[in-house]
Ligand binder design. Structure first.
Ligand code: CMC
Length: 431
């Protein structure tokens, strides 16, 4: 790890005595106080609800500068990767650390294709889920169930890790497509080895109902969307994955937990919530002001979905790419989507409103992606599944990094207790 330690660089005055702590620095000049010794030296902990100011690890996968709107993976700018790479290429980069050469790519893509099937028992398992299940619930629990198929076999775990990675990348889209088809009374479709990753997913969902040319346009857009979703350093679901893995739980348990975390509307579930919000605006006659005022009202839990970000205090660079993908897709498909105009008008009003300006609230990645999925005919309930397919690469990259980190420890935050002080036990008859 390229982590520079500045010994004794931070001085903290605590209860009249001076504590000296080390400072660490990453390669983009981000600095952190190494607080590991804080409690042992002082008995004091760092309280940081929501971990807004806590570095949980050093990582070499993704760099974000939320003030400048910069994101790069392993040193390559996201916009360049989205413009030039396939999703599988970016997944390889995230996990292996370098872009694959031709041979490496052929091998990696071949492994994914070889594992792009759902065996009879996995299909049977999928057939037993209630059709009314939310696909994220189904996905989380089926991924966890893969332990039963591919094993949590003690000493074989580390040997198996690489194949687990391949399986998760290969099978997640097929599980999602199976859900889509079964819900509509349609049978399972086998993946086509001649198709690319996104194309195969669309084919597995829609079969021959989509003319080849349209399928290619949609697949090209989807590859880009999967790339912009692929990784975002220590976000809620990735931190969840790392945390679960820190207990020694297997890869399927960790990823299943990550899927659960991503599902929430403040995280990946926002793409579904954005479309619900835009559709509500349409249905209520295009009343944008009410939505903006509701989002600003502190007594109302409603937030402007697809707006704001913990790290970005400027326009989310992924939202810029997502908007380009939407424009390009609609033009090539020859589709008119009134929700785009509503979204753009909402963005204009919000970004000129003092409330949003003062708080640096801008569109995030989820603001436009749902419109692209809608234009492809993907149902709303599956939008967060699309995010999952992309983020799977990031989760796995972080798991591989975490497993290889010799400094890894079980993740176990502390707390400040604010409950009842210790008191005598009261038997039930006296309560
Ligand atoms: N609408 C209205 N007010 C907002 C919004 C919003 N979307 N986002 C933040 N604020 C306000 C917030 O109420 C707070 O106001 P005040 O300073 O008066 O208390 C201020 O802005 C700072 O926000 P915060 O709550 O400290 O921000 P956070 O870092 O805890 O939360 C967030 C980040 C993404 C959860 C939040 O902005 C939000 O809920 N956005 C809407 C949901 C959304 O679009 N989520 C997708 C995030 S990007 C993709 C991903 O991570 O998966």
């Amino acid at each position: 790890m390229n982590l520079t330690t500045h010994t004794d660089a931070a001085r903290l005055n605590l209860n009249g005595s001076e504590i000296v702590l080390d400072m660490v620095e990453g390669i983009e000049n981000e600095k952190a106080i190494d607080g590991l010794k804080l409690r042992s030296q002082t008995g004091v902990i760092n309280l940081d609800p929501g971990y807004g100011n806590t570095g949980s690890c050093a990582s070499a996968i993704t760099f974000l500068d939320g003030e400048k709107g910069v994101i790069h993976h392993r040193g390559y700018e996201l916009k360049e990767l989205a413009a030039n790479c396939s999703f599988l290429e970016v997944a390889y980069l995230l996990m292996a650390g370098e872009l694959p050469n031709k041979g490496e790519y052929r091998n990696w893509e071949g492994l994914v294709k070889d594992n792009s099937y759902l065996g009879p028992s996995l299909q049977e398992l999928l057939n037993h889920y209630p059709v009314r299940s939310h696909p994220m619930a189904l996905l989380a629990s089926v991924v966890l169930s893969l332990t039963g198929f591919y094993g949590d076999l003690g000493e074989e775990k580390f040997y198996q890790f690489d194949m687990d990675v391949v399986r998760l990348i290969a099978k997640t889209p097929l599980i999602a497509a199976h859900f889509y088809r079964r819900k509509r009374g349609m049978g399972y479709i086998y993946a086509d080895p001649d198709m690319g990753y996104a194309e195969n997913f669309l084919h597995s969902m829609f079969s021959k109902r989509i003319p080849e040319e349209r399928l290619k346009i949609m697949a090209d857009a989807l590859e880009k969307l999967l790339i912009i979703h692929a990784d975002h350093e220590q976000n809620c679901s990735t931190s969840t994955v790392r945390m679960i893995s820190s207990s020694g739980a297997n890869v399927y348990a960790a990823i299943g937990g990550g899927i659960g975390a991503l599902w929430g509307p403040l995280h990946g579930g926002a793409n579904e919530a954005v479309i619900n919000m835009l559709e509500y605006i349409e249905m209520s006659g295009g009343d944008l002001t009410t939505v903006i005022e509701k989002a600003k009202d502190k007594s109302d839990p409603f937030k402007l979905m697809g707006f704001g970000h913990r790290v970005y205090k400027t326009y989310d660079p992924r939202a810029v790419i997502a908007k380009q993908v939407v424009d390009d897709l609609l033009e090539k498909l020859g589709v008119e989507e009134p929700l785009v105009d509503t979204a753009m008008e909402l963005e204009r009003i919000a970004t000129e409103d003092e409330y949003f300006v003062k708080r640096n609230l801008y569109p995030n990645v989820d603001f436009y992606t749902g419109i692209a999925y809608k234009a492809m005919g993907i149902p709303k309930e599956m939008f967060t599944v699309m995010f999952t397919m992309g983020r799977m690469a990031g989760w796995l990259a972080h798991l591989l990094e975490f497993q290889a980190d010799e400094n890894r420890r079980i993740c176990r935050p502390r707390q400040i207790y604010v409950g009842h002080p210790i008191r005598p036990f009261v038997p039930m008859v006296e309560r």
